[in-house]
Ligand binder design. Sequence first.
Ligand SMILES: [Zn+2]
Length: 102
Amino acid sequence: MANKPSEKEQEYIARKEFEKLQKLKADAQKKLAEKEKNKLIELHHMRCPKCGMELIEIDYRSIMIDKCSQCEGIWLDAGEFESVSKLEKSGLDKLFSVFKKV
Ligand SMILES: [Zn+2]
């Protein structure tokens, strides 16, 4: 017959149990945060960061430029500002004329 666990053993078992549950809760929270993040990404995808309306994406010389359909703000993805800055003046003029109101 097995001996009754000592107090020290009981404390050890309880602590291990607590640590296990704590880890489970932390994982659940992490999963929830990830879910929340994905929800936000889905909600904000191709939406103007300023007014929330839909963005219109225009491909100009491989630079994807997003223009808001409402407030007409122009948004660039990571690294694209650098690409725009490398355009020569005539290229920049053409870029702006794409967005010019008719
Ligand atoms: Zn906008």
